[in-house]
Design a protein around this ligand. Structure first.
Ligand code: SF4
Length: 376
């Protein structure tokens, strides 16, 4: 999959200024165009009413606004919404969207990704959502292939461009009922640190005042762990993002059974990279741990995990395995999850059990995929 050559969501004010200059538009046009897109949520040049017709025509003909089409939109009973986006190939225009939707049964899954909007309700669930989290994809498919995750089935098809990463958040911010995206998590399809060249500029746009204006601290990059890439991300000191390490196992032996890439990196090397991250950025790492019944969810596993987490002073997020068709793992028993959390807490670790959101539309952790799974 090629990237659109002139995609609005890949532009910065500087690059859009340069383009405006090249096509003979006045320099303030770039500011106006970006305001339409990000502040007013308009990605249709014909609706940009303070631009003359000639400039609107230039925009429509030379810049790609939406570089993909939503081929399915699902809503879960808990308010979570999921979009299946099919990305255009090089140069194709979103104006073709309707034609592609009509071709949906034969559409190209190697160009599809999913993204999710998760509203967070108050504890009593009586008030309007206080927070809206966008869970987005960084790649089409995933090269890692964790055994409990749908995203890696079939491997990697393509990296997403920075613009396509940003476009997902923009699309989610436009969904009905969403006031403003407050948090972004790179926990959809793909290993974000294997596509750092797109992920870093995308984060800059997400956090920029002229872009989506989301606090970088509320943007979480979740990785199975590539030590060199963690070091590189730590160098972006102007981007105080949160790093989450998907550990999923307390020993290298169990980790290798679950995560094929664990063959290349030991837990010790990963934790060393997390320590360097902390030394460089001053921000603690969160450990993510998917509980799989009978595999890694017993008290002995929790004790070992607590020992590892203490060396980092890391919080631990516990995630119950979410079912993936064709995958043989089982969801842990509630009693085992509670015991696991208790053992971590007794070991001095701040441990949270993450709620599974959007399970009824396969939008929860580990369930995103680039195929049109049967309608829930
Ligand atoms: S858990 Fe993350 S890294 Fe592993 S296969 Fe799924 S998307 Fe890829």
């Amino acid at each position: 999959m090629k990237h659109p050559p002139n995609h609005i969501f890949s532009h910065t004010p500087e690059s859009l200024n340069a383009w405006c200059r090249d096509v003979g538009m006045p320099p303030f046009r770039a500011t106006q165009i970006l305001e339409w897109v990000y502040a007013k949520g308009v990605a249709d040049p014909d609706a940009m009413s303070n631009l003359g017709k000639a400039d609107r025509d230039l925009l429509r003909n030379q810049i790609t606004f939406l570089s993909g089409a939503v081929v399915r939109h699902q809503r879960a009973t808990d308010g979570t919404q999921k979009l299946l986006v099919e990305w255009d190939d090089f140069g194709a225009k979103a104006a073709d969207a309707e034609r592609r939707v009509s071709l949906m049964p034969g559409s190209d899954t190697s160009r599809q990704t999913e993204c999710v909007m998760i509203p967070s309700l108050d504890a009593d669930e009586r008030h309007a959502p206080a927070r809206f989290t966008a869970c987005i994809s960084s790649q089409v498919g995933c090269p890692v292939g964790c055994r409990f995750c749908a995203s890696g089935i079939g491997g990697l098809d393509a990296n997403l461009s920075a613009g396509r990463i940003v476009e997902q958040v923009w699309r989610l911010s436009r969904l009905e009922g969403v006031r403003r995206i407050s948090n972004v998590v790179f926990m959809g399809m793909g290993e974000p640190l294997a596509n750092l060249g797109s992920v870093v500029p995308a984060i800059r746009t997400l956090a920029a005042p002229w872009g989506l204006g989301i606090s970088a601290r509320k943007i979480t990059v979740s990785t199975v762990g590539l030590p060199k890439a963690i070091d590189k991300l730590a160098e972006q000191l102007d981007l105080p993002v949160t790093l989450a390490l998907s550990l999923h196992a307390p020993t290298d032996e169990i980790r290798r059974e679950l995560i094929p890439w664990a063959e290349y990196t030991t837990i010790r090397e990963l934790l060393d990279a997390c320590r360097r991250w902390f030394e460089r950025t001053g921000r603690e790492v969160t450990l993510e741990y998917t509980l799989l019944r009978g595999v890694n969810d017993q008290p002995a596993h929790a004790r070992e995990l607590a020992r590892l987490a203490r060396t980092l002073r890391a919080n631990v997020n516990l995630i119950r395995y979410n079912e993936v068709s064709g995958v043989e793992f089982e969801r842990p028993r509630d009693a085992d999850v509670r015991t696991f959390q208790d053992v971590l807490r007794e070991g001095g670790i701040n441990a949270h059990i993450r709620a599974s959101r959007g399970r009824d539309i396969a939008a929860a952790c580990g369930q995103l995929r680039h195929e049109q799974a049967p309608q829930a």
